[in-house]
Design a protein around this ligand. Structure first.
Ligand SMILES: Nc1ncnc2c1ncn2[C@@H]1O[C@H](COP(=O)(O)OP(=O)(O)OP(=O)(O)O)[C@@H](O)[C@H]1O
Ligand SMILES: [Mg+2]
Length: 227
């Protein structure tokens, strides 16, 4: 099943009266169950692509469909539901909420979905175990290492069991041992649950783990490698 389909996708940003051409006609498809990386130099458009794939921003030209739905035909509310129900995000800067404890951060998306408290507790406990952080539920982000915070961010993305996880440089700022552990957690989920993962990365270890690496340059697909 095609999860993401970009056709001649264009994204321009307005910046102080000028235009930045971040994506210049990207043609890319991702199928369900992929474990794929998008690589390319800084500024080549990796994060921009992930933001569009996650419906966090709107494109300027071409077409984008997610799960077979043309995103430009969806209302704001439908987009919010799609994001909330089907997509998990893991971002470079973790984006944990500093005033919430680890377990509250993980529970947050479920609270938004209106899941009942008991179920939230069970789900939170189970994902904390999956990422190897049992016992850390009461800690605040600032009381955890970068790798632990990243694992909390993964747990938060996993807890609603999304079909698709978009991860923007998931191993940036981590030492290679922690980075490997995190990739192994994600790979296991991909194998066991069939969760689709798309990463952006500069990290050669992520590219080694990935089954497919798409290289982008100056806002266009340069080449691809399948393994
Ligand atoms: N909000 C914005 N406003 C203006 N320009 C932007 C904005 N966001 C990104 N850009 C520009 O768009 C281009 C693509 O940026 P993007 O963040 O997608 O690159 P990237 O491949 O993720 O880079 P990196 O590897 O450094 O994270 C860059 O030239 C960047 O400066
Ligand atoms: Mg980026």
């Amino acid at each position: 099943m095609t999860v993401i389909k970009a056709e001649n996708l264009v994204k321009d940003y307005g910046l102080n009266g000028t235009t930045v051409h971040a994506l210049r006609g990207v043609n890319l498809e991702f199928q369900g169950g992929e474990f794929s990386a998008i690589a390319g130099p800084s500024g080549s458009g990796k994060s921009t692509f992930l933001h569009l794939a996650g419906c966090l921003d709107t494109h300027s030209g071409g077409a984008m469909s997610i799960g077979g739905q043309d995103v430009s035909k969806l209302s704001k509310r439908q987009l919010a539901l799609l994001r909330r129900n089907s997509i998990g995000f893991i971002f470079q800067a973790y984006n944990l909420i500093p005033v919430l404890s680890a377990e509250e951060n993980i529970a947050f998306p479920l609270t938004l979905l209106g899941v009942d408290k008991r179920e939230i507790r069970e789900l939170t406990e189970s994902v904390l175990k999956q990422v190897g952080l049992e016992g850390m539920e009461k800690r605040y982000p600032k009381e955890m290492s970068g790798g632990q915070q990243q694992r909390i961010a993964i747990a938060r993305a996993l807890v609603k069991k999304p079909a698709l996880i978009l991860a923007d440089e998931p191993t940036a700022n981590l030492d290679s041992k922690t980075g490997r552990e995190i990739l192994e957690i994600m790979f296991r989920l991909n194998q066991d649950e069939g969760t689709t993962f798309i990463f952006s990365t500069h990290d050669s270890m992520v590219m080694e783990f990935a089954r497919r690496v798409v290289y982008i340059r100056d806002g266009q697909v340069d080449r691809e490698e399948w393994k």
